[in-house]
Each structure stands twice: as structure tokens, then as C-alpha cells.
Write a protein that binds this ligand. Structure first.
Ligand code: NAP
Length: 359
């Protein structure tokens, strides 16, 4: 696997046309089976050399750099949005070196299913070291998957090393007790409205605030130059109060802690993009028109715009990837996203104009 040299990525030039082709190729999941990540290299495109001039005479610099992929760590990579982000990045090895941070073996297995690796085991590394001591070539395989917990900065640091960007998809996950499920079904059967009671194993204060802060600190320390945070609509002061149903879930005040993390990120000095999705759907991406807004205005205006309050997780993942792609258009910005129902409007294929319309 080739890690993208950060300094080189800074001068990478990609045209808007190339970016649009990229978005359509992501949507049509154009990953070529069998493409070896190890086979990626800084390639000369000698055909691009102007007539009468060889690549070696000077055109070599930028031509070579065009193929440098951006190395991105996705946290919460076994979560529903996080996995969709990781998969999009993984399927585009020409543009991205994808790394996933997960907290369990089960999570790691999800990423392994699409070809990612935990790297060599300790016993293989030991044998490799013995072979190297004997003068034989034996390289350790670099991991794509990192196991750890966002409350433990020491487990985050190796995952972020050498990364250009961090995508934060971790979140406190509300859970429903079995008895609550039963009570809710019963209430529905007898026609009564009942709000089921949720609980958190780890409260949003620890995950959405402290865990997020840890990730920002580690990314800053590692020299990352872009953090994309998947947060939530409803964090603006006007909507983020005790009556907000999202804050009431499990008495977690999740939006309060998310807002605190956003403030911390904005003050961190690292370039950032914050994405606030509406209600997340486990539906296919690329089939709907995406509608962007700011300051939670969509919460009141979505209907008048012909949109719904919701958006598929796969479309949010695409927005993340496009934000990485068009960093210059979304640096130090926060935006909200919802979508139109399928068949209403045209599926969004081109993202730069959407981002440009925000500023
Ligand atoms: P999700 O599936 O709930 O994933 C959350 C991820 O966080 C999981 O992968 C989980 O790991 C990971 N995580 C939790 N605690 C961790 C810890 N201590 N260390 C490492 N990883 C940890 O996420 P989602 O529903 O797709 O939501 C993505 C984001 O959008 C979240 O910020 C969410 O709050 C926000 N959002 C949700 C909605 C909605 O309708 N649900 C609406 C708007 C915004 P495991 O895989 O091991 O559990």
C-alpha cells in the first residue's frame, strides 16, 4: 500500500471536469475488481507530454503528482454512515488511501469483507524481523484497519499517522431495551401514542464531545490538514434546546455535546467541514436530488423546497467524499443536507455547484 506524501498532495491539481467524472464513477461503483492497492504508484503519463518535449524535460512534476492519492482515516468505520464513507474511499484507490478506525473485531470483519486488512499479526511481524536480521527481504503488511477506542488517544494516534484527512463518523448510539420494544408494540396495537425510552451504553458527552475532541487533537498533532465531521441538523442555538426530541433521547443531550465538539473543531486551527444531515435513511445513494442549506433553515423550509427532512446515509457518504475532493470549496464551512424523494427532482451528480452555492 502506498501512503500519500502529504507535502506532495498540497500541489495536486485536479480539474472540475475530473471531479465530476469522479462523482459519477463513485455512484456507479466503478471499482475494478482485482485492482491491486499495492500496484498504485506515481505514474508518468508520457502521453500527456507536449509534442517535441519529453516528459523528462520538465513536464514530469505535475504529471506525476496527479496520481497521488489522499490518505484518509474514517472513524466509526463500522457504523452505517462511516462504513459507506470507507467503502466509497476504498473503491477509489487511485484517489484515496482509505484507513478505517473500529472498536471491535466484529467491526474489523466488516471492513475485511471488502478487502481491507488489519496488517500482519504480531507473530508474522516477529518472523519477518527474524528474516530481515538474516538479510532476507520481508516487509510487514501495513494495516488499513485500526482497532481502538476514541476515548483512548493512544489507540487513535497510530491510525492517524501520515493521514492527510480525518472523517469523524463516531457517535453515541441510543439503544432500546427489549421490554421497551414490547411496550411500544403493545401501545401501537391498542392505538396509544408512546415514546419508547432509550438508553446509551456510553453517553454522548463521552462520545460526541470528549471522543470527538480526542480525535481533533490527534489529527492536529499528526499534521492532518482537513477534518470532516458528520454531525446532525438541529445543533444551531435556535433548535438546540431541552425540548428537542434528539436531546431527550436517553437524557443524552446529544445535540448539546455535538455543538460543543463543533465549536472546538472550528477553533482548532485545522481546516474543517461540518456536515449536518437530516434524518438518516438506509436507502441507496445516488438516486435523489440532494438539497443543502445552512443554520438549520431547512428544518422549516424543506417542504417549500420540495424536499423531505431525510437523506440516505450513502448520499451523506458521497457528500463527505466530495467535501474531501473539493476541499477548497468547503473549508471552514458547516452545511445541512436533506434530499428530495426519488422521482422528485434530478439525482445529484455534480457536487461543486452545490458547494459553490453555499458561499
Ligand atoms: P452509527 O451507525 O450509529 O455509527 C456510530 C459509530 O460510532 C459506530 O461505528 C460505533 O462503533 C462508533 N463508536 C461509538 N463509540 C465509539 C468509541 N468509543 N470508539 C470508537 N468508535 C465508537 O452512525 P449513523 O447512524 O450512521 O450516524 C452517523 C452520524 O450522523 C452520527 O454522528 C449521528 O449522530 C448523526 N446523525 C444521525 C441521524 C439519524 O437519523 N440517525 C440524523 C442526523 C445525524 P460500532 O460500529 O462498534 O458500534
Amino acid at each position: 500500500k502506498m501512503a500519500a506524501p502529504r507535502a506532495l498532495f498540497g500541489v495536486l491539481l485536479i480539474s472540475a471536469g475530473a471531479a465530476d467524472a469522479f462523482s459519477s464513477s463513485l455512484l456507479s461503483s466503478s471499482f475494478l475488481p482485482g485492482t491491486s492497492r499495492a500496484s498504485l504508484s506515481l505514474s508518468h503519463r508520457s502521453s500527456a507530454a507536449p509534442a517535441g518535449r519529453t516528459v523528462a524535460e520538465g513536464a514530469v512534476g505535475l504529471d506525476m503528482l496527479v496520481d497521488v492519492p489522499k490518505q484518509v482515516l474514517v472513524t466509526g468505520a463500522s457504523g452505517r454512515t462511516g462504513f459507506a464513507v470507507f467503502k466509497l474511499l476504498w473503491e477509489n484507490p487511485k484517489d484515496f488511501v482509505a484507513q478505517g478506525f473500529v472498536r471491535s473485531e466484529k467491526g474489523a470483519k466488516m471492513l475485511e469483507k471488502i478487502g481491507a486488512s488489519l496488517g500482519d499479526s504480531d507473530s508474522i511481524k516477529t518472523s519477518n524481523a527474524k528474516l530481515r536480521a538474516l538479510g532476507m527481504p520481508a516487509d510487514d503488511e501495513d494495516p488499513d484497519i485500526f482497532l481502538g477506542d476514541i476515548s483512548d488517544m493512544a489507540s487513535l494516534a497510530p491510525a492517524m499517522r501520515n493521514c492527510d484527512a480525518l472523517v469523524i463518523c463516531t457517535s453515541g448510539v441510543p439503544k432500546l431495551r427489549k421490554t421497551e420494544l414490547f411496550k411500544s408494540i403493545l401501545s401501537k396495537l391498542i392505538g396509544r401514542q408512546r415514546m419508547p425510552k432509550f438508553y446509551y451504553e456510553t453517553m454522548p458527552e463521552q462520545i460526541d464531545w470528549e471522543g470527538c475532541r480526542n480525535q481533533i487533537d490527534v489529527a492536529k498533532e499528526a499534521g492532518g490538514d482537513h477534518i470532516v465531521l458528520v454531525s446532525s441538523m438541529g445543533v444551531s442555538p435556535a433548535k438546540n434546546n431541552g425540548d428537542n426530541i434528539l436531546n431527550k433521547i436517553g437524557d443524552g443531550n446529544i445535540l448539546v455535546w455535538k455543538a460543543k465538539a463543533e465549536e472546538y473543531l472550528a477553533a482548532s486551527g485545522v481546516d474543517y467541514t461540518i456536515i449536518h444531515p437530516g434524518g438518516l435513511l438506509n436507502k441507496a445513494g445516488g438516486e435523489r436530488e440532494i438539497v443543502l442549506g445552512v443554520n438549520d433553515e431547512l428544518l422549516d423550509a424543506y417542504e417549500s423546497l420540495g424536499a423531505t427532512r431525510a437523506i440516505p446515509r450513502e448520499d451523506v457518504a458521497m457528500l463527505v467524499v466530495q467535501a474531501l475532493r473539493h476541499k477548497e470549496l468547503v473549508t471552514n464551512m458547516s452545511f445541512d443536507c436533506v434530499s428530495k424523494a426519488p422521482g422528485e427532482g434530478k439525482p445529484t451528480m455534480s457536487f461543486a455547484p452545490l458547494f459553490e452555492a453555499l458561499s
